[in-house]
Design a protein around this ligand. Structure first.
Ligand SMILES: O=P(O)(O)OC[C@H]1O[C@@H](O)[C@H](O)[C@@H](O)[C@@H]1O
Length: 396
């Protein structure tokens, strides 16, 4: 049994804005209440909120055992020192390398995390606290590298289909929280949401000479579903339109890629990125995986299912405004060439990306485009072909 080193209440008091030390983190909780988060090296964690008159000494010892001891004295400076912001909807905290992240929690138990760097969802958990997205253990949380996993946003260019770096620059820019976004067309009944915004810097305009506002809403629904809505507006004042390609580059967490099938893309045309984007037509049944795959499926249905046989779980992807779907798994050889991806991690991920690629979106000044992604899970009892795909694809 081992004991973690515990900071004294005094050091907590002197801690700065949303302070992270190796042992604890001071952050804003719901309704603006300060809290300390303790994380044990073995993965257990605890949160404590300061009372009015007393501070308390809380530690995780041994195998996740929580102890707490009352102290007299005021933790006022800790309470007032945090600069992290909060609202009733979300909590802002420090993530890896001190990068800010937004935590969403739905009253029914699901949760999500969004890094302001990249405006990138890095975690989506169901009400059982099971992680549903893949995030590489080698992901580099350091600008300008994009975070490997979660849901990177590819904008204003998908892949190398243009003059910019692969997948454009939205995924490696710092986004800000937009607490006063223009009215949202569809009313979000859930309170667990956050609005982010990205506007180009002067340097961005040098490489992509357009002014835009990219608003992203990330929300959790009552059934644990994760909803992302992107609104991109042309704010050019030179009268010029602009065109872009786009993708929600979703990394799904799967138990074993060789047991996974994707339904909804059968019989469709696709461009094969591994064969100079030559056009093919998908044959046969659902997609299964036994080697590297990198394809852009065209004019895809609004609903696609990803069946994880081993987990007995089906992801349902619904999309709007995003006609194309990219399917990507690097497999073993490419995995080894990627510094921010584990050699064997290809077995536990699959990217199915709702996208607009074949026909770029063009916006005149003042025009806005909207692209929506909704991810949910349903239990599946699929065993080698027993599942009727129509129930997954066409069910409600
Ligand atoms: O390594 P990156 O830039 O994040 O891209 C990962 C993959 O993203 C996919 O969307 C592309 O189709 C692949 O060609 C690419 O390799």
């Amino acid at each position: 049994m081992s004991t973690e080193k515990i900071p004294s209440p005094a050091s907590a008091s002197s801690s700065s804005s949303s302070t992270t030390s190796s042992n604890y983190e001071v952050s804003k909780g719901f309704n603006g209440l300060d809290k300390v988060i303790l994380r044990d090296a073995r993965g257990s964690s605890a949160e404590c909120r300061f009372g009015f008159a007393k501070s308390i000494f809380v530690a995780i010892v041994g195998w996740g055992v929580l102890i707490s001891i009352a102290f007299t004295g005021s933790p006022a400076s800790a309470s007032s020192s945090s600069s992290s912001t909060t609202s009733s909807n979300y909590e802002v905290s420090k993530g890896f390398n001190g990068l800010d992240k937004v935590i969403l929690r739905h009253a029914r138990g699901s949760s999500a995390e969004v890094y302001l760097y990249g405006g990138q969802v890095t975690s989506w958990k169901n009400d059982q606290a099971e992680e549903l997205l893949f995030l590489s253990s080698k992901a580099i949380f350091k600008p300008p590298k994009a975070i490997r996993g979660g849901i990177p946003l590819c904008f204003p260019q998908f892949s190398n289909l243009g003059p910019l770096d692969s997948h454009g620059f939205a995924r490696n820019r710092f986004w800000t929280i937009d607490d006063n976004p223009p009215p949202f067309p569809t009313n979000t009944s859930s309170k667990a949401f956050v609005d982010l915004i990205l506007k180009p810097s002067e340097d961005d305009i040098k490489i992509w000479p357009h002014s835009f506002e990219f608003r992203l809403r990330v929300a959790l629904g009552p059934g644990g579903e994760l909803m992302l809505t992107s609104r991109i507006r042309n704010t050019n004042n030179d009268g010029k339109p602009f065109s872009f390609t786009f993708a929600y580059h979703t990394y799904f967490s799967v138990s074993d890629i060789s047991e996974v099938r994707v339904e909804g893309l059968e019989t469709l045309d696709y461009l094969d990125n591994l064969q100079k984007r030559k056009r093919f037509t998908e044959q046969g049944d659902a997609l299964t995986f036994e080697s590297e795959v990198d394809r852009i499926y065209l004019s895809t249905p609004t609903k696609i299912a990803i069946l994880d046989h081993e987990k007995k779980r089906t992801f349902v992807l619904r999309k709007d405004g995003l006609p194309d779907s990219v399917v990507w798994n690097p497999w073993d050889k490419k995995a080894k060439s990627m510094p921010d991806f584990g050699d064997d991690e290809y077995k536990h991920m699959l990217c199915v990306e709702a996208a607009a690629i074949e026909k770029p979106i063009t916006l005149k000044p003042g025009e806005e485009w909207k692209g929506r992604l909704e991810l949910s899970t349903v239990p599946s009892s699929y065993r080698s072909g027993q599942l009727d795909p129509r129930k997954v694809i066409h069910g409600s």
